[in-house]
Design a protein around this ligand. Structure first.
Ligand code: NAD
Length: 300
């Protein structure tokens, strides 16, 4: 029988990932601060845990999939955090997208307790989580990653060692800069095409086979009737929430500022995601950014 895994954070991503591990025969103790998030997994055989510390007791691996760095610190290093229940030799795999510095701080705190750590954020959205095709970028010790491959290969098809602690998080932030800008470019393109009388399905057909192709275009054209699985066809249900993209761009911009870099395009894209939140749409998929693209001030 496969070893016991503690899984903490069962939202858009964590829930399908935990389901895959259960289906693959791993024993899971699950915890989420929202009890409703845990329920669907109990029917599949997961054990409920009252806290991250309870979930971590007896676990060989601990996975965290939480919104941001403060959530990870609370769930790992807090009074009832996972480190309070973990035994030396356990591997903690944080798959959330967080600041690389926070990843390093988590690694330092865990190592002081004899717990090994990987920062292993993912790319591939909820669809990739459900079908086990995530791309996983891991920072930490290469030997620890090798020991974790049986587990991670249930979740992802491409698993890349990116370097020491924090380097998985660094690669993820660099990826998000591209993903966010390409989504806004796709939204602007569809807006322009619509105003020129172009059928959006035709634009999609041409550009997915042309130089405008991107993951954003293929998976989430931001108008309905083009790709049946696109969030635009489902009221912009996430997917990947606009607020999470704004958080990722905040992290990228702050990492850039620390390195003395300006990222002008990323700053402009970030501001559009701030507008999305201000419009009350931050919990919608990030492709909903099309709804806050500005019009010309004179209305022309
Ligand atoms: P989500 O908001 O849907 O889910 C987060 C879950 O964590 C929620 O169920 C929440 O109740 C729980 N939670 C929050 N604080 C907690 C705590 N202290 N203890 C226990 N549970 C807690 O978020 P998501 O979309 O699943 O994203 C999770 C992470 O993965 C984020 O860092 C995100 O940036 C990243 N990510 C998301 C996607 C995506 O497509 N959704 C893709 C790649 C990476």
């Amino acid at each position: 029988m496969n070893p016991h895994v503690a899984f903490i954070g069962l939202g858009t991503m964590g829930r399908p990932m935990a389901s895959r591990l259960l289906a693959a025969g791993w024993q899971l103790a699950v915890h989420d601060k929202d009890p409703e998030a845990v329920k669907p997994l109990l029917d599949d055989g997961a054990h409920p845990a009252g806290s991250p510390a309870d979930a971590a007791e007896g676990a060989s691996f601990i996975i965290t999939m939480l919104p941001n760095g403060q959530h990870v610190l609370d769930a790992v290093t807090g009074e009832h955090g996972a480190l309070a229940g973990a035994s030396p030799g356990t591997v903690l795999i944080d798959m959330s997208t967080i600041n690389p510095l926070t990843s390093r701080n988590v690694a330092t705190a865990a190592r002081a307790r004899g717990v090994e750590v990987l920062d292993a954020p993912v790319s591939g959205s909820s669809a990739g989580a459900a079908d086990g095709t995530l791309t996983i970028m891991a920072g930490g010790d290469a030997g620890v990653l090798d020991r974790s491959r049986d587990l991670l290969s249930v979740l992802g098809t491409k698993i890349v060692h990116c370097g020491g602690p924090g380097m998985g998080s660094a690669v993820k932030l660099a990826n998000q800069v591209m993903a966010a800008a390409s989504m806004v470019a796709v939204a602007e393109s569809f807006r322009l095409a619509q105003s020129l009388g172009v059928d959006p399905r035709l634009l999609h057909e041409v550009s997915t086979a042309g130089s405008g192709d991107s993951w954003s275009l293929r998976t989430r054209p931001p108008v309905p009737g083009v790709v049946a699985t696109s969030p635009a066809d489902h009221g912009f249900r996430p997917g990947f929430k606009g607020d999470l993209m704004r958080k990722d761009l905040d992290l990228a911009l702050s990492a850039a500022a620390s390195a003395g870099l300006d990222l002008p395009l990323t700053s402009a894209v970030h501001d559009l995601y701030a507008d999305l939140a201000a419009a009350g749409l931050g919990d919608r998929d990030f492709s909903a950014v099309i709804d806050v693209l500005p019009r010309r001030a004179d209305g022309s």
